[in-house]
Design a protein around this ligand. Sequence first.
Ligand SMILES: *Cc1c(COP(=O)(O)O)cnc(C)c1O
Ligand code: SF4
Length: 342
Amino acid sequence: MTDNTYESEHFAQNWQQQLSGAFTRTEDLCEYLQLPLGQLPSPLAASQNFPLRVPLSFAASIEKGNPNDPLLRQVLPIADEQLTVLGFGNDPVGDLAALAEIGVLHKYHGRVLLISIGTCAINCRYCFRRNFPYADVQLGKQKQQAALNYITADTSITEVILSGGDPLLLNDRQLGELLEQINQITHVKRIRIHSRLPIVLPARITDNLLELLAKNSKTLVMVVHCNHANELNPRVASALSRLQQHGITVFNQAVLLKGVNDEALTLCTLSESLFALGVIPYYLHLLDKVQGAAHFEVSRDRALALLKALQTVLPGYLVPKLVTEQAGAAFKQYVNNGSDNC
Ligand SMILES: *Cc1c(COP(=O)(O)O)cnc(C)c1O
Ligand code: SF4
């Protein structure tokens, strides 16, 4: 069977089938990408705790035969993950301290983040959750009521963020019930969905899901996660466009990653390509210092130089805010060039 037949048969499947057909073995991914295992930086099943996981829709955008592809680097376990690096920990953003209720992170004024499910469709090697016991704190059925009670009791909460893991991995029934319950809380004005699925598993954006989202009484915002313009294939473009046609404002957050998007031209192209699809660049995060991800770190000086390069060539609205998360802080910390121009 040729690759193309394999791909078109795969993409004709529904999203759950595509999800269960995701690559979970380095060998299979490398065979598909025509990469001899021996040619990779350090081929290794690096982590039992955080295995390889890559949907075909994302893998199809990786350049065949290129061991340094920026999309491949985001998902391929390598030996560097096993280095213990000073200053890198297991809960770099202070999530355990911020757990107001089971499944509720309340760090910032007016906004709570619900860990609606612990898993993702893709395992990003740099993820700050890679060592975090999310399975223990995700909502689950009984805990969901406690979380909703918490939000109902605090009238300062105007925005509920569904996160995870990836909240769009909930099935339509689970998601519909959750949204319906949040809709009943009058002081909540907005529901925000943090999801990487429109990028890595665009088949998830079904007519049924769109209908379910569109019938909400709250303003809906979606923040997707795309780090490189190559992730924006035609299937993704169509999913993003359909979300917007249903009244959803779509933003993007990216992580600044060495060897993936740490060049000015790459970041510039990312912003331009996102906006061409109606998506507004929101945050560019400095890497959270999670153990196992140190090889992705870009220095603060380099990050500032990249920001300046973007500011020099792009309109202000296409320059994402460069931010870093500081445990215990009241908002994400802006990293900027200190220009005093207000
Ligand atoms: C990032 C984050 C938010 C959202 O912050 P915004 O600056 O509004 O995008 C909310 N809660 C938690 C716990 C977060 O980590
Ligand atoms: S999609 Fe987001 S939460 Fe999930 S593994 Fe990737 S970076 Fe982590």
